[in-house]
Ligand binder design. Structure first.
Ligand code: CO
Length: 430
């Protein structure tokens, strides 16, 4: 039926009568189109979402011992497009989010420089600015994949929600370093946060000169406190833990700090028992957000939707398998496909009501892709905690329920027993 005919019928009450006669529960009643007779909400100085959307929130593990050291997960399957709204960007902090007064805020650059410098927030904003869309992903994202047997209740949020994507505005760190004049022989930067953990990491000077931002805005407004207000580092494509928030100072030096969070934490155990430090780049990831764990679908048409990203650059393609990797179909990528940023992938699909397992696999422009679970654990120890990027499977049961489709690995359970919370306390602290 064309639009004109639809409205003509509607005007005559024809369609309404037709539908009423046919259906026991009409799709609308007369009240649906009754004029609104009540005054709406007044103007507000700062907007809020609809109260009907209040259930769309970050996930915080009930296993966490304290909300001051841990993580909250972005609700990936409840979001559209690629930008994570500021109130839903995943959080990770080690001693709570400090409240920093922008008037007294200072950033110090010192050490192996010609001119040690102190910047106010106003100073930083006077420099030429850059706005770029980048994902930030906790090195511990995907940690639930270390669970064996896999958690049948897993959702997309709890599978990969320690990643978010935002438009960041700030000053290239290279500009500030040029202003200070880096001395020959300097190779490392030691950024430090002003949280109570004095969070400290070591950042190679080379990466800083390439594309690191000293960011003060997130999706057009000032950073949220939990994202480092007023100033944080944004290190494109690298693990979130090096993107120091509430940035207080940067020491320029010739050697890494070997800080707590790059030695006892954020190091990776390989299958043959070695421990790797300074593993910064995030390998490709993808997650089908619809249909995904916890949802329920009906037979018929569906647009499979998901998110993909890589710390090596742009996503080249995303493939979907309906037969656990024997054959693959290529999904469509929604432009623009930017480096170090979320991309939305889609694939039209008709579900015939039979049990099926969906896999997604991202490829980046450098030719990297995601391993299967079996392949992943050939390389990494089952006692590792970071950089899990194996394919996430979703199983659709005949009744339409979607559950974790990851198959258990042999040799019994590993994780979830341990003394510490890790990123989000999801795996280790149960
Ligand atoms: Co790492």
């Amino acid at each position: 039926m064309n639009r004109r005919k639809f409205f003509r019928l509607l005007g005559a009450g024809g369609l309404l009568g037709l539908l009423k006669a046919r259906a026991q529960t009409p799709p609308w009643d007369e009240g649906t189109f009754a004029p609104t007779r009540t005054l709406g909400e007044p103007l507000k100085e700062y907007g809020q979402r609809s109260p009907f959307e209040e259930g769309v929130v970050r996930y915080i593990s009930p296993n966490l011992r304290t909300r001051h050291s841990g993580a909250s997960f972005a609700p990936l399957e409840k979001l559209e497009g690629v930008i994570t709204p500021n109130g839903l960007h995943f959080e990770r902090h080690h001693a709570g989010a400090p409240q920093v007064d922008p008037k007294s805020y200072r950033l110090v650059i010192h050490g192996m420089v010609e001119r040690p410098l102190v910047f106010t927030l106003e100073d930083l904003k006077r420099f030429p600015s850059v706005t770029r869309t980048y994902f930030i992903e906790c090195a511990g994202n995907g940690q639930n994949g270390y669970r064996n047997p896999p958690d049948p209740e897993l959702t997309a949020t709890r599978s990969r929600g320690l990643a978010s994507n935002a438009s960041w505005t700030g000053v290239p760190l290279a500009l500030l370093l040029k202003e200070a004049g880096v001395k020959p022989g300097a190779r490392w930067l030691i950024p430090e946060g002003m949280d109570a953990a004095m969070y400290t990491r070591s950042l190679p000077l080379e990466k800083a000169m390439e594309d690191v931002l000293v960011a003060y805005a997130q999706n057009g407004e000032a950073l949220r406190p939990e994202q480092g207000y007023p100033v944080r580092l944004v290190v494109p494509g690298w693990e979130g833990s090096i993107q120091v928030k509430w940035l207080r100072r940067i020491l320029v030096t010739d050697q890494p700090a070997m800080a707590k969070d790059e030695t006892s934490e954020y190091t990776d155990v390989t299958a043959d028992g070695r421990v790797l430090a300074f593993t910064w780049v995030m390998d490709p990831e993808s997650i089908i957000t619809y249909p995904s764990g916890g949802q329920r679908i009906q037979p018929g048409f569906h647009e499979i939707r998901g998110l993909a990203w890589s710390g090596h650059g742009r996503i080249a393609k995303v493939e979907i398998s309906f037969d656990e990797g024997r054959t693959w179909r290529q999904a469509t990528l929604e432009p623009p496909v930017e480096p170090y940023a979320f991309v939305r992938f889609k694939l039209p699909w008709y579900w015939d009501g039979k049990e099926v397992v969906l896999w997604s696999r991202a490829w980046d422009e450098k030719g990297n892709t995601q391993p299967t679970r079996e392949e992943f654990f050939k390389k990494w120890s089952r006692n590792n905690r970071y950089h899990y990027n194996a394919i996430q499977a979703w199983r659709i049961l005949p009744d339409g329920r979607v559950v974790n489709g990851d198959r258990p690995l042999g040799q019994g359970a590993f994780h979830p027993v341990g003394p510490v919370g890790g990123c989000g306390g999801e795996v280790l602290d149960v």
